[in-house]
Design a protein around this ligand. Sequence first.
Ligand code: DAH
Length: 345
Amino acid sequence: MNIEKLKAIETEVITAINEVNTLDELSGVFNKYLAKKGLVSSLGVHMKDLEPSERATFGKALNELRKNVNETYEAKKLALEEIALNKQLKSETIDLSLPGVNYLPGGRNPFYLIKDEIEAIFIALGYSVEEGPEVESDHYNFELLNIPKDHPAREMQDSFYFDEQYLLRTHTSPVQARVMQAAKGKPIKIICPGKVYRRDADDMTHSHQFAQVEGLVIDKNINLAHLYSALDIFVKAMFGEKREIRFRPSYFPFTEPSIEVDVSCFECSGSGCSVCKQTGWIEILGGGMVHPDVLAMNGYDPDSYSGFAFGIGIERVAMLRYGIDDIRKIYQNDIRFLSQFRKQD
Ligand code: DAH
């Protein structure tokens, strides 16, 4: 081993370092020459074979070699690390100018907005909310409401029958009978929202399935003025303080007297327009005083108790309130329709 050989080794190692292109290749070079058992590290062993006079020069040259090789190695390592980092940064770049993934925030169906609002109005008046079965017996749906087998009122509520006895309820009124029987003669103040079914042909204003809110109040000395007051409060809360209601005589087998309720037109305030068909009034719901026979059939003495009842069509209220012209829009789940009811906040 001599100085020339050292120079040759230095050139070999530096060339090897300079020729690599990746950190992996560089670590191969490191292992071969610079690691503990690599060629450069083992050069020191030759010191002992040298004349003492030569050792100093050789030692100096060896240190020089180590310094040069290490510097070259460190510089190459830094350069390759920078290249690798830049490559990684480039591959992970996010283009902030790209549009994000779009999603549609949900909106509540106006049906449920109105259902909740009706419930809130009556809950504030002290009513509790009841439920009843949608598969109902003929007995509850008709008989207990004073609509016996051959009664012509059955014509208007043709239904979907399962058999002679069971059908999809045609109105929420059977819940009146159920609640009365459960209350066993005690005062009652309830509403019952729910789905009802009729064998109607579907068109702009009819659907084979729709929903009602039934109301029932029973106590001593309940009269028509109480019904008027409850519905007046309801209509003003739903359609505005300026709205008036009027009662028209009507007929339902389970109420006596029976009334139909109109609300003064919120579109023209009574002067006449297409919404109110030029009458100034819009028909909105039915009601009346609970028929004495219905009270008696369901466990109340009509001589000491009286009550009122009403039935509100939820879709009808929603259509009037929001100016919806076709009931089917409420069920079709069309985003263009539903998004109009999305909360703006
Ligand atoms: N059940 C009736 C219907 O579906 C609506 C109704 C009218 C309910 C008068 C009532 C009432 O409670 O008193 O057409």
